[in-house]
Design a protein around this ligand. Structure first.
Ligand code: ADP
Length: 460
């Protein structure tokens, strides 16, 4: 029993006692009110008056407290749990109000936890590379993360819409429909049709545990497939490139074994075998070099280099090849390139590959130009020839492994790996290589190799 009940009983008892006392007093006073009935009525009336006044006072106070509690309840309903509630008192009403207050605060705590969990989930979904979609049991999209939006090109208002309307890919729509109808998880692979098509793998499964609704997880496997294709092409190319000289070596070796009497033929066969063996050796050497570059095992080894001397060395080395085609050199290397800090071996190999190609592809009896200068903190080397140049559609591909513009135009002994190695070497150097066609014919290769302290180097 708490205060208000006690107080009500107390005041009722006081009223009854007051009535009894009034009655006794009236009877004992003996004269003032002679009739006992009147005394009883007066005593009772007085008692009732006292009880009524006391009850009204208690009810008014009770009502004011109930209204204050109702106000707090309304404030809570509007979500404002920040201010503390009033002093609820220690009676039953206070107890009930405090219990509701505690329940409201507990709910608020849960809402805050839920909101935090939701924000965390949104952050995780937003940072995922995989696309995620969730469809509820009624077929509406509940969750669409940024990656899914991008992969499937969904509108900004996709959430809340029926998946059959929002998703344009018939394969996924069909799979989700099957899952919602109770089917089992499935995986499907498809390509998106757009300017740059992407290969996607979608895993469609029921929402774990609940069995209501469906989740779709999308993986973009374009790069994986491309790498796989490149690897397969590479293996096929290597096999093909090795098979050609091997078949020749095998054929001429057999011929030697079968018919070893004719000294002249034997000599010719041996020369052919030697040429093909050399080609194979070069191919294997280039392949190993590329493998090393791919694995990042060719570190940069910079030293002060005399670039004019380096260019002269390359031109000298290739003199016999140039002479064989009556090709002359036009070399102009700025003296400012003396003493730049670069990787001499890499710069040499880059230049040798480009000049070697220029000699091979330029017209006979013509000129190959080599230029060297310092430009914007980098060594700038140019090799240009006067050959057929490179068709515009192939310009972007000549640095790919085994890419040849025209198989029949590939120079004898070429591996199709030279320019791929050049690009790798330039990149290890933090530089670039680019190819263009000159307006008056011929290809031009521009190599830029940044070097230590290059920013301070004078222009040339
Ligand atoms: P290759 O050993 O066949 O020369 P590269 O990787 O050096 O291999 O060159 C790839 C292809 O680029 C060549 O097969 C050729 O089609 C083309 N190419 C390279 N240099 C030139 C050039 N100076 N002029 C015309 N085409 C060239």
């Amino acid at each position: 029993m708490r205060y208000d009940t006690r107080r009500t009983l107390l005041f009722t008892s006081i009223g009854v006692m007051a009535a009894a006392l009034a009655f006794v007093w009236l009877v004992l006073s003996g004269g003032a009110v002679g009739d006992p009935l009147v005394a009883v009525a007066l005593g009772g009336g007085l008692g009732l008056l006292v009880a009524a006044v006391a009850a009204t006072a208690i009810a008014a106070r009770f009502r004011a407290r109930a209204l204050a509690i109702a106000d707090v309840g309304r404030r809570y309903a509007l979500g404002d749990l920040s201010r503390p509630g009033p002093d609820y008192g220690d009676d039953e009403l206070g107890l009930a109000a405090r219990a509701l207050d505690a329940a409201a605060h507990e709910q608020e705590r849960r809402i805050v936890t839920l909101a935090r969990d939701r924000a965390r989930m949104q952050a995780i979904l937003a940072s995922m590379v995989e696309g995620v979609l969730a469809v509820d049991h009624s077929g509406r999209l509940q969750i669409v993360n940024e990656a899914a939006r991008r992969m499937l090109r969904l509108d900004g208002d996709a959430v809340g819409r029926p998946y059959v309307e929002a998703l344009r890919h018939p394969g996924i729509v069909e799979h989700i429909g099957r899952l919602l109808a109770g089917g089992s998880p499935e995986t499907l692979e498809f390509s998106t049709s757009r300017d740059v098509p992407r290969d996607l793998v979608a895993r469609v499964a029921p929402v774990a545990g609940t069995g209501r609704g469906v989740t779709v997880v999308l993986h973009d496997v374009t790069d994986l497939r491309r790498t796989d294709q490149i690897r397969r092409d590479f293996v096929a190319n290597v096999s093909h490139e090795l098979r050609t000289p091997l078949t020749a070596i095998r054929g001429y070796a057999d011929a030697l074994v079968d018919d070893s009497d004719d000294a002249e033929s034997r000599q010719r066969f041996l020369a052919i075998i030697q040429r093909h063996a050399t080609r194979m050796e070069r191919l294997v050497k280039d392949l190993l070099r590329l493998a090393l570059l791919d694995a990042g095992k060719e570190a940069l080894d910079c030293a002060v280099v005399d670039v004019p001397a380096l260019v002269a060395g390359v031109v000298d080395d290739l003199g016999p090849a140039a002479a064989a085609r009556r090709v002359r050199f036009d070399v102009a290397v700025s003296p400012a390139t003396r003493g730049v800090r670069i990787d001499a071996a890499k710069a040499h190999d880059i230049l040798r590959n480009l000049v070697d190609n220029a000699i091979a592809y330029t017209r006979e009896d013509d000129i190959v130009q080599v230029r060297g200068a310092i430009e914007h903190g980098a060594l700038h080397l140019v090799v240009r020839d006067h050959g057929p140049g490179i068709p515009p559609e192939d310009l972007g591909r000549v640095f790919e492994r085994f890419y040849r513009v025209d198989k029949s135009r590939g120079r004898p002994g070429g591996t199709g790996l030279g320019l791929a190695i050049v690009r790798h070497l330039a990149e290890v150097h933090g530089g670039t290589v680019a190819v263009t066609n000159e307006p008056d014919g011929g290809a031009r290769f521009d190599v830029r190799l940044p070097f230590d302290g290059g920013d301070a180097a004078p222009g040339a």
